[in-house]
Structure formats: C-alpha cells, structure tokens
Design a protein around this ligand. Structure first.
Ligand SMILES: C[S@@+](CC[C@H](N)C(=O)[O-])C[C@H]1O[C@@H](n2cnc3c(N)ncnc32)[C@H](O)[C@@H]1O
Length: 300
C-alpha cells in the first residue's frame, strides 16, 4: 500500500500537478456531459428488432400483424371509412406498419368477398394502396392478389423504416394510416410525424391511434400504466394530443377512448398547409415490447 502511495506521490512534482488537476477536471466534466446525453437504448432496440423478426411460434402473443379492414374501422377515428370510400382511382393510401397488409387486401377484395358496408368496404373506384412494414410479412394471399391486380394498385414495401425512405421514393398520399404501426413503435416520434406529414398532400389526412397514453379528455382510469409518455422541459406531463396540436400547418382531432381496456387516443391530423413544423421530442426511455414503453421530452 505504502509503495503505491509513495509511487503516486513520486510522480506528482510541482510541474506535473497542474496538468493532473486539468486531467481530473476534464474527466469530471466528461462524466457530467455523458450523464446529460441521451441514455443508451441499444439493448432495447435490439430486443425490439427480435420482435419484428419473430416468426411462427416465436411471435409474441400481443404482436398482431393481420388486422382486417373492419378492425381498422374500429381502431381509427371517425371519418376514416368515408375518406377511404371517397378515394378516386389515382388517389393513394399508405398504411405505415401494415404487417401482413390484410386491411389493404380487404379493401381490394373482389366484390363477392366484400365485407358488409358497415365494415368499411365499398364497391366502386379504389385508390392505389401501399403497405409498409419493417419486416416482410406478405402471405400467399398477398402475392396472389398483387399478381392479379398488378403493382400499380397494391405495393408492399419492407426492409426499412419509414424514415429511411426518401419522399421521391414514396410520392404523396391522400390518406396515411397507422394501426399499432410506426406511431406506436418508433423511437423518434416527432421525426416520424414529420415524415408522415411530408408525404401527405395538402388536404390529406393521417389516421392513427395510440394506446396507454394520457387522454385528451382527462378521463384516464386511476390504475392506468402508461406506455407512451410525454413530458415538457420541466418534466411535467404533456398529452400526446396537446403536443400534436402545437404542430403548425395541421388540424388535429382526438377521440379519447377511456372505456376501452387500455386508454386509447384515436387521432386524425389533416394537413392544411404545405409548410408544417412538428415540435421536436427527445427520447428519454425505450423499453422493447408490443408496443414498446416510451418516454419523450419536448425540446425547449
Ligand atoms: C403490431 S404490427 C401491426 C400490423 C397491422 N397494422 C395490424 O394492425 O395488423 C406493427 C407493424 O408496424 C411496423 N413498423 C413499426 N415501426 C415502423 C416504422 N418506423 N416504419 C415502418 N413500419 C414500422 C412493423 O414492421 C409491423 O409491420
């Protein structure tokens, strides 16, 4: 022990002492800087990737990828079915986080297979539809229907997240939907909404939903455990809808479902101007899951 102490004292000369102090100071500042940087989420993101890649019996029970168009009708805000029904043949619908693309298959189902009108299906003109999923979950049914309709009517994009596509690659859309898709799963929520809005035609609408959030109408159940939480710069709770309503160039409508098993907000965002600006959020916490647990902070 003595030898260690003395050896340390031995290399501390009057000349080296200021330099040592500077090194200690820099290391301390460095640690402080690390503490204020975003925490590492890599482990959780890797776990989330495993959920996306899961197949067969390995797919976690809550990770549903084959919701029908009738499910979309119930899970998306009022107005979605009418908007879908009013698309002309050259209009475009993007479903971000489409899973197997069942909702699009239902939309394009032949007349005799069509679901009843109250399930959000129409005869008549159909818009062109694009299904997007990180992982390829196309079924034989998709392959058959795509082959018979042609690429021009239904397309399936996979292998990337929404943010990795350029606007030129995707083009513009009259309707964008998201049912337990990117809006519920992304680790960069403001960038996600920004990208969605950049892909909407002016006048177009983004229909989405998010569960286990602080509801716009404030009627959350007392025992709610929240999956997506937002706080302001001072750490005070911010509702998802209040944050979205701060976006310039859009009109936001929210329908709070406080009587559902998990409090769920159904959200529609109409783009009313070409220049939109979404208030930035920083990721504070990400816990893999279906959907993941996330906490974001509004940037000042
Ligand atoms: C739980 S599944 C939901 C599938 C479908 N909407 C349904 O309800 O059956 C989640 C889907 O969102 C996709 N997803 C998650 N984050 C995404 C992102 N940032 N960009 C594109 N797709 C995303 C996944 O790849 C998957 O297809």
């Amino acid at each position: 022990m003595r030898s260690v102490k003395s050896s340390v004292q031995g290399w501390q000369t009057a000349a080296t002492r200021p330099a040592i102090l500077i090194v200690i100071l820099l290391l301390t500042l460095g640690q402080g800087a690390c503490a204020t940087q975003e925490p590492a989420h890599d482990g959780e993101i890797a776990k989330q990737e495993k959920i996306y890649r899961s197949r067969g019996a390995d797919v976690p029970s809550g990770y549903v990828t084959d919701r029908a168009l009738s499910d979309y009708a119930q899970l998306l805000p009022t107005g979605f079915c009418d908007a879908l029904g009013s698309l002309g043949s050259s209009d475009r619908w993007l479903d971000v986080g489409a899973g197997a693309g069942q909702a699009i298959l239902d939309y394009y189902a032949p007349e005799d297979d069509a679901a009843p009108a109250d399930k959000c299906a129409w005869s008549g003109a159909k818009g062109r539809a694009v299904a997007m999923s990180i992982e390829d979950r196309r079924t034989d049914k998709w392959q058959q229907q795509a082959a018979s309709l042609g690429d021009d009517r239904i397309r399936y994009l996979s292998g990337k997240r929404l943010r990795e596509y350029s606007r030129e690659e995707l083009g513009k859309f009259q309707i964008i939907t998201d049912v337990y898709g990117g809006f519920s799963y992304t680790e960069d929520l403001s960038q996600f909404v920004d990208k969605v809005l950049s892909l909407l035609e002016t006048g177009g609408v983004f229909y989405t939903m998010v569960q286990s959030v602080h509801l716009e109408d404030g009627k959350d159940k007392l025992d709610t455990s929240y999956q997506t939480e937002l706080v302001d710069a001072a750490g005070r709770e911010v509702k998802v809808c209040s944050w979205l309503k701060q976006t310039a160039g859009v009109q936001v409508g929210c329908e709070s479902k406080s009587d559902w098993n998990t409090p769920t907000e159904l959200i529609n965002i109409r783009k009313v101007r070409s220049d939109v600006s979404v208030p930035r959020l920083k990721l504070l916490k990400y816990e893999a899951g279906n959907p993941p647990g996330r906490r974001f902070q509004l940037e000042p």
